[in-house]
Design a protein around this ligand. Structure first.
Ligand SMILES: [Zn+2]
Length: 249
């Protein structure tokens, strides 16, 4: 099984007043217990680690635990980009993609910088995971950028607003969505609307669910993944998204 949307780093947790640290070991342990073989992970520490130093150390630690099973995306913030405009300070070979979150950095108000990150990602053949939201940072706002980069694999994470998914995926064959906080009913509605199943990736977004409820991380991942039976959604699509060569269908 492949979980295409996971985080490590500091994050709010239900019942705690201070942000809680989700270490590589904790996240890797939860995923392993849930039966996840491989995963795409990015660090929420991007919110404060404007130099990236702590994220690199954390990424290395994740690699020590998980090795090739971890595919680490570097979460680029606007403040980080100011310090490293061409992303040349990223350690060689550590990262396999880029994560962008419009709630953390107002990318849509900085089109020039957003274009720059996407161009750099294209140069490096880095797939990109972009957070989408219901009322702002929605799929529609990112579509013009997706259209400009047809070579880039883009995960419009959460697929919000859900009603926009079918049209966007039909138009753009390089765009994917993940199932983080998406109900299986919604995924079924996408499929009924003609969405290509090969562009939907299973994603749990752990540890985010612990922000809203007292729930075990591995129990959550197991429960969510059991709602899907498709090998494409549970595994193959994420491999294609990463640019891996078959064997997969
Ligand atoms: Zn997320």
């Amino acid at each position: 099984m492949f979980d295409a949307h996971v985080h490590m780093g500091y994050f709010p947790r239900w019942g705690k007043t201070e942000p809680y640290y989700y270490s590589p070991r904790r996240i890797f342990g939860a995923l392993s217990r849930a039966g996840v073989d491989e995963f795409i992970v990015s660090s929420t520490n991007a919110i404060w680690d404007v130099e990236g130093t702590s994220m690199h150390a954390e990424a290395r630690e994740m690699k020590r635990w998980a090795g090739q099973r971890a595919h680490i995306f570097f979460w680029v913030s606007l403040r980080y980009l100011e310090r490293d405009p061409c992303l040349v300070r990223l350690p060689e070979g550590l990262y396999e993609g880029v994560k962008l979150h419009g709630g953390e950095s107002p990318w849509l108000q900085k089109p020039e910088q957003l274009m720059r990150v996407l161009s750099l990602a294209r140069e490096r053949a880095f797939p990109v995971q972009i957070h989408t939201g219901k009322s702002d940072n929605g799929i529609g706002e990112y579509l013009p950028y997706c259209r400009r980069f047809p070579e880039l694999h883009i995960d419009l994470a959460h697929g919000l607003p859900h009603a926009d998914v079918a049209k966007a995926l039909a138009e753009l064959p390089h765009v994917y969505v993940d199932t983080a906080f998406v109900s299986p009913q919604t995924v079924q509605a996408w499929l009924d609307a003609g969405v290509d199943e090969r562009r939907i990736m299973f994603g749990s977004d752990i540890p985010a669910p612990q922000r809203h409820a007292k729930i075990g991380l591995s129990a959550y991942v197991r429960r969510e993944s059991q709602m899907f039976s498709s090998q494409h959604i549970l595994s193959d699509n994420a491999r294609r998204f990463l640019g891996q060569k078959p064997p997969y269908v």
